[in-house]
Write a protein that binds this ligand. Sequence first.
Ligand SMILES: *[C@@H]1O[C@H](CO)[C@@H](O)[C@H](O)[C@H]1NC(C)=O
Length: 336
Amino acid sequence: MENRSAAAAALAFLAVAALCCAPGAAELARLQHPPKHDGSLSLLVVGDWGRKGTHNQSRVAEQMGRIGDKLDIDFVISTGDNFYKNGLKSVHDQAFEESFTDIYTAQSLRKPWYLVLGNHDYRGNALAQLSPVLRKIDDRFICMRSFIVNTEIVDFFFVDTTPFQLNYWTDPGKDHYDWRGVAPRGKYIANLLKDLDEAMKKSTARWKIVVGHHTMRSVSEHGDTKELLKLLLPVLKENSIDFYINGHDHCLEHISSRDSPLQYFTSGGGSKAWRGVFQPNKDKLRFFYDGQGFMSLQLNQDSAQFIFYDVSGNILYRWSSGKTGHPRSSTYLDEE
Ligand SMILES: *[C@@H]1O[C@H](CO)[C@@H](O)[C@H](O)[C@H]1NC(C)=O
């Protein structure tokens, strides 16, 4: 197990190294992560966590370790806001170990972590957090702006959502955002949407999942992110994306789109929570928990099962979706 995960991380590292050095490569970085021998895949999703163990981060981490072991997870996804309050200062920032390495210590979590950046990560040295040098300290940490993880049955499209939100550019207040390698916004977003659309059109995986930091639909503090609804959502609908998974709001949510099969899942309960905010949403709210916790996802050719857990590892909510028939003409069976 230990060897396999180290090997996977090493392969991922090489793939990234090859891509970042290819001149003019416009395609999104693509990593391969094979499923289990029976073709299934299981993983955990956590977001909004890096607080040096405080605000119940350590308790959530402990339960992730326990559930991760039970489900024999293949990897972990982080929906961003990996380090509070202002990302990492440099690749030598102690926060990397204090909030990540020293917290997620369970054997079952010694698997690759695929991470996106959140808005708080952009408030520090974003390039440090993206640097492969961090893998010399902890080889699990695979953080890029936008990239694809191909697992045969699922294509995961990780999307850098922070640059979408206009007021970070126009009205940053006293926060500073590290836009190196991103500005100007319009060009960055146009290129990203084009690359995503092309990659999604080429995907032949049974399931297609998009992961970002910001909410599309949310009933909590931040609510919907209107730039994502306007710019990213049409690309997701056009390409029959099954699920959009995000953090940003510090809670757990499941919302169903009313005009497409798309399902929205928020897993942003990695540490500080209990905001006490509820604002209604136009889509169909199925589940909302304002406290700490995390999510598991188990997939095979025919079904996808989502489970939300609280800070003590209790199951709060379970939902599954099935696909029958030929992958190209699948029908959705809502099993709730
Ligand atoms: C941590 O979790 C416990 C159990 O749910 C809760 O009572 C406590 O308020 C939480 N602490 C914080 C800081 O959220």
